[in-house]
Design a protein around this ligand. Structure first.
Ligand code: NI
Ligand code: MN
Length: 230
């Protein structure tokens, strides 16, 4: 089954297969280096890794317009429902949620999870990663996280693709992401969460060279707005 992945920059991805579309962490209109009009995407499913504004992004507007189901850890799913989104599925670490055309298993992630709205800051739930099975492939979206040894367990699930943050400062940097790649043993590694803001400037081609030297994974460096067939 053909599977198309689109990187919208930062940690925002689209997956399309067999007439279904999944959006992950759709930070589209607020991205300072690559803006996508949220009115141009038409997902059935939106998966969130955590509540930070650079991940929730345009979720509420897109879900209200399209009726897409938002999948997130329970507290974040309830928070999103409170913003006028009708279809949410709350899950938690180790659990699997089904959606149109696939499923996702929540994994742990070492990070925090808060959302700022004007002067108010709320902290709905804990962060997660996602093992997404869609379009005949298994894709691990690490979300924002530090390196952790249990990535070996995720590697045991045989991911075809591992999407890893490399920006450092808020998440693991390129060195730790290369160590993650060794544990995950995915055929393809896609770096994300870099070059959006000054503290996370990185060279993705240096990361590619290191991972391809030290592991058997190929690194796919996407440009924001560009799609690839997986
Ligand atoms: Ni974050
Ligand atoms: Mn982030």
């Amino acid at each position: 089954m053909p599977l198309t992945i689109t990187w919208y920059g930062h940690s925002a991805f689209g997956l399309e297969s067999d007439g279904n579309m999944v959006l992950i962490d759709p930070f589209l209109s607020g991205n300072p280096v690559h803006k996508t009009d949220p009115a141009t995407v038409d997902p059935n499913t939106i998966i969130l890794t955590h509540a930070h504004n650079d991940h929730v992004g345009d979720t509420v507007d897109i879900a209200r317009r399209t009726g897409a189901t938002v999948i997130a850890t329970v507290e974040l799913a309830n928070f999103i429902a409170g913003q006028g989104v009708n279809n949410v599925v709350g899950g938690n670490h180790g659990g699997t949620a089904s959606f149109d055309g696939g499923s996702t298993k929540f994994t742990p992630a070492w990070h925090t999870s808060s959302y700022s709205q004007g002067d108010m800051v709320v902290a709905p739930g804990v962060p997660s990663g996602h093992i997404v099975r869609f379009g005949g492939k298994t894709l691990y979206f690490a979300g924002d996280t530090a390196l952790f040894l249990d990535m070996q367990l995720i590697g045991d699930e045989g991911p075809d693709v591992a999407v890893l943050p490399i920006g450092d400062h808020f998440t693991m940097g390129p060195k730790d992401a290369a160590r993650a790649a060794r544990m995950l043993r995915a055929g393809t590694v896609i770096p994300c969460h870099y070059n959006t803001f000054p503290p996370i400037e990185q060279d993705p081609l240096a990361f590619k060279a290191e991972v391809e030297k030290e592991t058997s994974s190929m690194v796919l460096v996407l440009a924001p707005g560009v799609s690839a067939e997986l």
